[in-house]
Ligand binder design. Structure first.
Ligand code: ADQ
Length: 469
């Protein structure tokens, strides 16, 4: 059984992210149930869960009452946990009633899940919306193996300590059998939080004891279906949408960014770096186009609306400053793009520009590498603070706060000779062919199956929280 806030719509993967596809494949292989929010809010009490069977997968979705949505999704999950876990303390809004609403939604999901579970089912829970789900399930007497994977970074204990109620959430995490993280640093932070903030005791082999419970902590970097995405990109290259973009470039080099419009993605610094490049390296004026595809996300939250206004203004100002009658440097597009078209755009780009201030992994960086033409690959310019930077060491790595440094990196990437581009790409694609989405889910599920006091998992050696040292 998979639990995640949003579920992949049955059959529909046209716009679905790589992750939804990977989870769908996991259920298709083994058969199972996918539980999540329907995406609908209702006035008053929501009705019972809806269930839909397609092949070997049963989708079970719950509506949320409007107030539950406000407290759980807009409030605690995205107004409190998201900024906290991305180290943006100044953006945190905290209200007790949001925390209460969050815990209540976790309880409601637990009741639905408990009714559906058979004794030997494995449960794999995803992301920060459900930190407290295992605790709620245990209270209902569920003894199944419960695994949790966090897609976003896990903060250092000193940062987590800012959250009222953090002890309760950490104890709730220990009700899972396995906690999975994107990077070593995230796993170390979680382990150190368990030790320092709620007194868990390391019992060896990547496992911690808290009261009666033993929880394993491991590192499982999310991957993509590398070869599948490469084929998608190669096929898309001659399609009408990609040709339209190619023609509009009129031979200019394309620098491409693709992100949800989120303050963690470093979009302001990215636009500033484009302006800096054009200012300091005038030889690139008229010779590049920066396309940023950034569909609006969580637009009902104040912080997101403010960011959007700032980005609109900055893109407009930069264009006004550098544009000519027949050229504008920045194309700022707030729209979703079908996956197959996106793959073609990524292939067309001379530079993939990915500069989050912090990111659990960042799949766009991986998709950019997979989409390249092996004969003439482009260059990935990647933030050191994306989880993907731990694997993609051959990218041009940048500090996302260093605007001048990012402009220099763009200059180097645009001028990079073919030999060096090929060598960097070959190193990156080798990693991605090895660390695929299929391997990610198999490793996680194997580790989850191996948990329990009798067997235990050798999940990794964890010492100090890197972010705290
Ligand atoms: P996100 O923050 O959403 O994911 P990311 O990892 O880049 O970020 O994944 C986004 C996915 O959506 C990619 O597959 C991308 O192609 C797709 N996408 C983005 N913009 C799009 C657009 N305009 N049109 C179409 N598709 C678009 C969270 C964490 C990440 C972590 C992932 C997976 O924040 O750090 O890598 O989960 O674990």
């Amino acid at each position: 059984m998979i639990v995640s806030n949003r579920v992949g719509t049955p059959g529909g993967t046209r716009t679905a992210g790589g992750l939804v596809v990977a989870l769908q494949d996991a259920l298709r292989d083994r058969g199972g149930v996918w539980v999540g929010w329907s995406g609908e809010t209702v006035q008053g009490e929501p009705g019972p869960a809806k269930s839909l069977r397609r092949g070997r997968i049963t989708y079970v979705t719950l509506d949320l009452a409007r107030e539950a949505y406000e407290a759980f999704y807009a409030g605690f999950a995205n107004g409190t946990l998201w900024p906290l876990f991305h180290y943006r303390l100044g953006l945190i809004a905290f209200r007790r009633r949001d925390l209460e609403g969050y815990l209540a939604v976790n309880e409601r999901f637990a009741r639905t899940i408990a009714e559906l579970l058979r004794p030997d089912d494995l449960v794999w829970v995803h992301d920060y919306h459900f930190l407290a789900l295992a605790a709620a399930l245990r209270r209902l007497g569920v003894a199944n193996r419960l695994g949790f994977f966090l897609h976003i970074p896990f903060p250092a204990p000193e940062v987590l300590r800012a959250l009222p109620g953090h002890e309760r959430l950490l104890r709730a995490l220990a009700d899972y059998d396995l906690l999975g993280f994107q990077t070593d640093s995230d796993a170390r932070c979680a382990a150190e939080g368990l030790e320092r903030l709620v007194g868990a005791e390391a019992v060896g082999e990547g496992r911690w004891r808290l009261g009666e419970r033993i929880v394993a902590v491991g590192v499982f970097p999310v991957g993509i279906e590398t070869d599948g995405f490469a084929r998608l990109a190669a096929r898309a290259a001659d399609g009408p949408e990609v040709s339209r973009l190619a023609e509009s470039l009129a031979g200019r080099a394309l620098i491409l960014g693709v992100d949800r419009l989120d303050y963690s993605k470093g979009l302001l610094g990215r636009l500033q770096a484009i302006a800096e490049l054009l200012e300091r390296r005038p030889q690139w004026r008229r010779r590049i186009t920066f396309l940023q595809i950034a569909p609006v996300s969580r637009g009902e939250l104040r912080q997101y609306r403010a960011l959007r206004a700032e980005l609109d203004a900055l893109a407009g100002r930069t264009n006004a400053r550098f544009a000519d009658v027949d050229w504008t440097p920045i194309r700022w597009v707030n729209r979703n793009v079908p996956r197959a078209v996106l793959a073609g755009y990524l292939r067309l780009a001379r530079v993939g520009f990915v500069t989050p201030l912090r990111d659990g992994m960042n799949l766009v960086a991986k998709e950019y590498v997979a989409a390249q033409d092996p004969e003439d690959p482009g260059v990935l310019v990647l933030s050191r603070l994306a989880g993907a930077a731990e694997e993609l060491r051959s990218a041009v790595l940048v500090d996302p706060l260093d605007v001048e440094g990012m402009a220099e990196a763009l200059d180097a990437a645009l001028a990079m000779p073919l030999d060096e581009r090929r060598a960097r790409w070959a190193a990156a694609i080798a990693v991605l062919r090895d660390h695929t989405a299929a391997r990610w889910r198999m490793r996680f599920l194997e580790a989850l199956e191996a948990t329990g006091p009798a067997t235990g998992t050798a999940a990794g050696v964890l010492t100090r929280c890197a972010a705290a040292t």
